[in-house]
Design a protein. Structure first.
Length: 369
């Protein structure tokens, strides 16, 4: 090992190998003078969103929005016409904005836009509960249908309720934070001579299944999005998965029309009723009936018990008889009755008993005295 005396020789040797460098940072010593150091700060590279099978979806809200938003592209949904027949597997109610379908049956939904969306746009379908107390809960299949091997073929996750039929590019996604599930398909331009794009959806669990929807109403939200997840349009409708869609649709539409008729009649009555204080005061005078018509009105009274009925019947017969007798005869009878009573009071006598001893009068002595 060299001693301190050899250190100057080593320094001279090192300086001869490495050329001297000015007092400039090493990272900029080999850069040209015209190089701009801020060029990397101004450059921002954003990676495009490319959906892949089994990948995660963009972050979604815990309480998704269900209101319709056509957007600049006038995004709309339409459904094929169908009847109330019991054999129908899928039918849509315009009055209720509700889709009725059977389990794992094809449900075509038409996507209509007024203006073509940007290239690479996608359609996302998400199921949420309709009521506010359940909206934060994730809609999943029931454990029974999730484990049934009949409807769980292919790479689709078994817990997903909504599936797309006939589209191999369908991407089933699940939010990493909330766990909400959705299915994404690329938006396709309508074919020549057709004004809409059709997507075939399947619902893999009944609305009445225990452990799943459990008779809770659900909404299906269909959004038109860009590759980055920007929402361009939104539509929603209610879905009921049942055994007889035609029957359930007819029953619910009938009940809905009855409720609407009741509301219309109540509203018409409220509109026809007086609204000001002056009209309320004048209303009884305008509706006042003649005295004679009031007396001619007939009322029915229900009485419990035979004894009460006989009593009230006698009172009613007396009143009816009183109406038939002229008022002059009634007045004569009253005067005659009052005169007879006054005469007996003036005489100070009372009726003699028919049998027994004679009643003694004041200041009259008995025979024994």
């Amino acid at each position: 090992m060299n001693d301190q005396g050899d250190s100057p020789d080593f320094e001279d040797l090192w300086n001869s190998i490495v050329p001297p460098v000015a007092d400039v940072p090493w990272e900029t010593s080999y850069l040209p003078e015209s190089f701009d150091e801020q060029v990397f700060e101004q450059l921002q590279v954003s990676e495009p969103y490319i959906p892949t099978l089994g990948g995660g979806s963009p972050p979604c809200s815990a309480v998704p929005i269900t209101t319709d938003y056509p957007g600049e592209h006038d995004f709309q949904l339409s459904f094929p016409q169908s009847s109330y027949a019991k054999s129908v597997t899928c039918t849509y109610s315009t009055d209720l904005n509700k889709l009725y379908c059977q389990l794992a049956k094809t449900c075509p939904v038409h996507m209509v836009v007024g203006q073509p969306p940007p290239p690479g746009s996608v359609l996302r379908a998400t199921a949420v509960y309709k009521k506010s107390e359940h909206v934060a809960e994730v809609v999943r299949r029931c454990p029974h249908h999730e484990r049934t091997p009949g409807n769980n073929d292919g790479p689709v996750p078994p817990s997903h309720l909504i599936r797309v039929e006939g589209n191999p590019r369908a991407d089933y996604q699940q939010d990493l934070n909330i766990g909400r599930q959705s299915v994404v398909v690329p938006y396709e331009q309508p074919q020549l001579g057709c004004g809409h794009t059709t997507t075939l959806y399947n619902y893999m669990c009944n609305s009445s299944c225990m452990g799943g929807m459990n008779r809770r109403a659900i909404l299906m939200i269909v959004t038109l999005e860009t590759q980055e997840g920007l929402v361009l349009g939104r539509r929603s409708f209610e879905v009921r998965v049942c055994a007889c869609p035609g029957r359930d649709r007819k029953t619910e539409e009938t009940n809905f029309r009855k409720i609407q008729e009741t509301k219309s009649s109540v509203k018409a009555t409220a509109t026809a009723a007086p609204t000001t204080k002056r009209s309320l005061k004048e209303a009884p005078q305008a509706a006042a009936q003649p005295e004679g018509s009031k007396k001619e009105e007939i009322f029915k009274l229900e009485v419990r018990g035979r004894e009460r009925y006989e009593m009230l019947k006698k009172i009613n017969d007396s009143l009816e008889l009183n109406d038939l007798v002229p008022s002059s005869d009634i007045e004569k009878y009253r005067q005659k009755h009052s005169k007879g009573g006054n005469k007996r009071e003036r005489d100070g006598c009372t009726m003699e008993p028919k049998r027994g001893k004679r009643r003694l009068v004041k200041e009259e002595k008995s025979d024994s005295d």
